[in-house]
Design a protein. Sequence first.
Length: 133
Amino acid sequence: MIQALRQSGVIPVSNGRVCVVTSSSGKRWIIPKGMIDPGHTAGEGALIEAWEEAGLVGVLRPEPIGSYLYEKYGRTHHVTVFVMEVSEAAADWPERSIRRREWVAPEKAADRVEEIGLKLLIEAVSKTEVEVA
């Protein structure tokens, strides 16, 4: 059996809104995510992806909100997802030329993404945001 590729991602939140970014092709809405580099934890990888793909800096909540699976290039990817309280959104970032970033209500973010597992995680963030607020 081929092992799933490990990735980490982040659901960036600020003022009750969620940040989504376009995929590198620009055709789909996703969250910042990517492969976990050797020597990094899933959390460190999530912070790196938030910066590279969305220009966001912040603090991760201590535990992942969950994970989901998706298929790409014939391989299964297992994404560990964290919620990040955003403290800074830069005007320029490494992948700005290939991605768009938008802040939307959590329900709208859940509607935009295709992966069912990710939709459920974003919906869970929406519920926790109401409890925290």
